[in-house]
Design a protein around this ligand. Structure first.
Ligand code: FES
Length: 92
């Protein structure tokens, strides 16, 4: 997967979330709940390859709606990477 515009790429291991891959690849991605799914600080926007991410979890749907996530925005700690995709944030 790719973290744009940082130019960081990394292959996801089995069952890794976007946040897992970001941590391993050195892409600085906000989070303050440890990936439990309640802080929404890990919000990313999917630039390409949304089909390569798992479907939103119930907690992601609930907290994403409460925090007015836009279309294409995902919680990196909840989205499991299943293929090639590109994500970005407002602060990269
Ligand atoms: S790290 Fe807190 S919601 Fe994802």
């Amino acid at each position: 997967m790719t973290f744009a515009p940082l130019g960081i790429t990394a292959a996801a291991l089995a069952n890794e979330s976007v946040l897992d891959v970001a941590r391993r690849a050195g892409a600085p991605l906000g989070n303050s709940c440890g990936g439990v799914g309640v802080c929404t600080r890990c919000k990313v926007r999917v630039v390409e390859g949304s089909e390569a991410l798992s479907a939103p979890t119930s907690i992601e749907l609930r907290f994403g709606a409460a925090n007015r996530f836009a279309a294409g925005e995902r919680m990196a700690c909840q989205a499991v990477v299943t293929g090639d995709c590109t994500v970005t944030t407002t602060y990269w």
